[in-house]
Ligand binder design. Structure first.
Ligand code: 4HQ
Length: 262
């Protein structure tokens, strides 16, 4: 997978590519990352990449000519790779989109600065506008890194363990379970004892139950995206029984009026 990032701060991306899984994936030929400095494609002695906005107002806009030239160079290096603009106006990035993008032979990622890029570049050259969330960054580089990171870990061979990519958070719309390592007791807190049994099926079941519980409490919206399976319905019914039992016992011994108004 070729990653070509268009940026005026190539060092930001280089630091990201030079460490951890990204570094290993490049060394293994799984990804082929490169940055094009948009400034290298600017004209004149000062290599200016930005200009004042038509219509006035604060901030600067990235000039179209250097970006068009850089996109042209990127396309010659990675023919067929979609041109992606990182912007808060884009389609929201998520795990299904990461899986889609992981099927491409390459990605050309435009990282804007200032108020953004000239709209004519978006209209003429951009295939897909992507947002990593509803907040405002100072530049698209961090968003491009998030996209490349999520895509890379899905490529065959990028993670040591072939199946670990799909075991993690968002595997079929459920949050990941809690994770524990040594020591068995830390500041008076122990770990779920099932994890010490060596009983693989029991442990797998505990992990699914913990992931479901965390999804229910933290991200109930995810439960709407994939129907509950039989095991999940069983777990929810068990918890409902336990909650009912707790409420009944507290009602009998509790003080004050019961809620609901009778
Ligand atoms: N940007 N998701 C680049 C973002 C952003 C986001 C703000 C992109 C500034 C120039 N990109 N412009 N959120 O906040 O992708």
């Amino acid at each position: 997978m070729k990653f070509i990032a268009l940026t005026i701060f190539p060092e930001l991306l280089q630091a990201f590519w030079d460490n951890g899984i990204m570094r290993r994936a490049s060394a293994g030929g799984i990804i082929e990352p490169s940055a094009l400095n948009v400034r290298d494609y600017a004209q004149g002695r000062h290599k200016v990449t930005d200009d004042r906005p038509y219509g006035g107002g604060c901030g600067m806009v990235m000039k179209p000519e250097p970006l068009a030239a850089a996109i042209g160079a990127a396309r010659r290096t990675a023919p067929g790779a979609p041109v992606i603009l990182l912007s808060p106006q884009g389609r929201r990035f998520d795990q299904p989109m990461a899986k889609e993008l992981a099927r491409c032979e390459g990605l050309i990622l435009i990282c804007g600065r200032y108020e953004g890029i000239d709209e004519r570049i978006s209209e003429q050259f951009v295939d897909l506008e992507v947002s990593i969330g509803d907040f405002v960054l100072t530049g698209g580089e961090l968003a491009a890194m998030a996209v490349m990171d999520a895509v890379t870990r899905l490529l065959p061979g990028a993670l040591g363990n072939e199946d670990s990519a799909d075991q993690d958070s968002f595997r079929n719309q459920r949050l990941d379970c809690g994770h524990y390592t040594r020591p068995p007791e830390f500041e008076g807190r122990t770990i779920p004892q099932v994890l010490l049994t060596g009983h693989h099926e029991l442990i797998a079941r505990w992990r699914r139950a913990d992931g479901l519980m965390r999804t229910l409490v933290r991200r109930p919206d995810l439960l709407q995206l994939k129907p509950l399976d039989g095991e999940e319905i069983g777990l929810l019914e068990k918890w409902r029984g336990e909650i009912d039992k707790l409420i009944r016992s507290q009602r009998d011994s509790g003080s004050g009026p019961s809620p609901g108004g009778g």
